[in-house]
Design a protein around this ligand. Sequence first.
Ligand SMILES: NC(=O)c1ccc[n+]([C@@H]2O[C@H](COP(=O)([O-])OP(=O)(O)OC[C@H]3O[C@@H](n4cnc5c(N)ncnc54)[C@H](OP(=O)(O)O)[C@@H]3O)[C@@H](O)[C@H]2O)c1
Length: 257
Amino acid sequence: MARVFVTGSSTGLGLMAGELLVEQGHRVVLHARNQARADDARRALPQAEAVVLGDLSTVAGARSVADEANKLGRFDAVIHNAGVGYREARPTRTVDALPHVFAINVLAPYILTALIERPDRLVYLSSGMHRGANARLDDLTWTRRAWNAAQAYAESKLLDVLIAFAVARRWPDVLSNALEPGWVPTRMGGANAPDDLDQGHRTQVWLAVSDEPEARVTGKYFRYLRQRAPDPQTASFELQDRLIAECGRLSGVALPE
Ligand SMILES: NC(=O)c1ccc[n+]([C@@H]2O[C@H](COP(=O)([O-])OP(=O)(O)OC[C@H]3O[C@@H](n4cnc5c(N)ncnc54)[C@H](OP(=O)(O)O)[C@@H]3O)[C@@H](O)[C@H]2O)c1
């Protein structure tokens, strides 16, 4: 039995992953942005051990989520699932003056990775949309480019793979992988999403807890329980290292050696 923390688990794939983990006999801590959403999560999955509260759109919020998670004790695995999508017509800026999408999809998982007591496994939700995005390390905060919501989302999901792979290199004692869940009909995916919702949460759960040798790898990218080739940019040690350095600079949180 494993103990797993799932971010952004008040609904969608995060909640579904929590439900499957409980069904498989694991212990699950959920996460929600505020008390009302935590109550929703608790109602949906009363068997969850706890629900951590906190808004991941700010550096302070992400730091607080890490603190609250650490108070509950060490996890065997963390699934970095919380995310926002590709429909922000304008680049909403957070109190840290960062684009909302970057803050939640990239900086928050970086901060949580750095500050939550190191688990055995880390799992990062990417997207098939990451292919074709450019890792614009020179403009992560979208101050030099005209805003493009779909591009900002796709780029954030490319950066998630870079984080997963950078961590895999730095922390050889941790299994750190990324995956795409398919385009599935959650709130983010929308009602017309073509892929099977029932497959959308399985790979992250498998990577978090399975003892199958195929799941006990690190620095890999998956879809539907199978390794897939991610965008070639993700293999660049230079991009990985620059991203970690930039996330450290923007958040003021260093990734421990
Ligand atoms: N659905 C797809 O087709 C698809 C495809 C590729 C990748 N993905 C990835 O899969 C992950 C889950 O997506 P989903 O489809 O399940 O989305 P979803 O149904 O919209 O759920 C997103 C979850 O993240 C939480 N969240 C968002 N912003 C937050 C914040 N600032 N602080 C705390 N929690 C926050 C949401 O909380 P609230 O409910 O309070 O907003 C919700 O629990 C995302 O990383 C997404 O990029 C999804």
